[in-house]
Write a protein that binds this ligand. Sequence first.
Ligand SMILES: Nc1ncnc2c1ncn2[C@@H]1O[C@H](COP(=O)(O)OP(=O)(O)OP(=O)(O)O)[C@@H](O)[C@H]1O
Ligand SMILES: N[C@@H](Cc1ccc(O)cc1)C(=O)O
Length: 316
Amino acid sequence: MDPYSLVTRNTVEVVTDEELSALLKKPGRKVYAGYEPSGEVHLGHLVTVNKLLDLKKVGFEIVVLLADLHAFLNRKGTMEEVRTLAEYNRKCFEGLGLVDVTYVLGSDLQLSPEYELLMLKISQEVTLNRATRSMDEVGRQMEHPTVSQMVYPIMQITDIATLGVDAAVGGIDQRKIHMLAREYLPGHGYPTPVCLHTPILNGLDGKKMSSSQKNYISVAEDEESIRKKMNKAYCPKEIEENPVLQMLQYHLFPRFNEITLHRPEKFGGDLTFTSYEALSEAYGSGAIHPADLKRAAGEYMIELLRPVREYLESHP
Ligand SMILES: Nc1ncnc2c1ncn2[C@@H]1O[C@H](COP(=O)(O)OP(=O)(O)OP(=O)(O)O)[C@@H](O)[C@H]1O
Ligand SMILES: N[C@@H](Cc1ccc(O)cc1)C(=O)O
């Protein structure tokens, strides 16, 4: 696959295509994604990790921001709690193959006088209304936002400048914060960041996968638990918004060249697919039973996540 196709596959939006094409020719290009430390790194987060791995393959330098202060500002835990989780999350990311990349702990970056001054300058330009709206899909309990949740997006913009990255990766929920960054950073002498947005994955119940909803598969999940969860997963006849098909599209086909569904001869025997398009078409036509799809996806997922479990066991 050519570099442009690889870095844009499985994205919902690239802002902008022209800027990305130009960036692919720039030496020393650098991209980042930030994560609020959370109890479990799940398959939703893995969508952005996959994108960072694609970008690494085409020569980007990768920065992973473990955004402990952001999680604190967003009322996800005490500073001590989120710092401990940041350590654990880092190991999960390493187990997923994000090695030879730079890990930055948010609070190590964000408390310098230079950082604070830039953050305050940007805060003076962004209206409360836009800061609030940018947090629509990111903030917790936004019916009663705190001042810290207004500081949050301004700091995310300041991260982009301070880390010196050319591009930012995030789920499409990060879009409004990224658009503010594109609008305000040039005025402070920083380049406009190229933004790559990935889709939001549904959880096993068909709603957004989230650690607070317990509808996720963690990247550290053990085999039996993956089997049980897959067995119970919501898997409608429809192709759209189907969490099991999303798993195949965003995680399994990018990692395995072909996917085989094992079935007894009396149910038609094994079926092998070399592309997500062929598989989803077959499923949409009714040629595949949901139970067979769920079982196969579960077994491949166990294979895909095996290195994470092994890495975590050897790095307690
Ligand atoms: N279900 C999901 N599908 C795809 N990407 C996701 C999903 N959940 C989070 N992300 C992405 O992961 C990155 C880090 O998000 P973050 O750690 O804040 O997760 P979150 O939305 O708070 O999830 P959670 O509700 O599980 O804590 C962001 O770029 C976000 O877009
Ligand atoms: N806003 C991201 C986390 C993040 C924090 C700071 C950043 O610079 C980047 C990303 C989220 O929703 O989880």
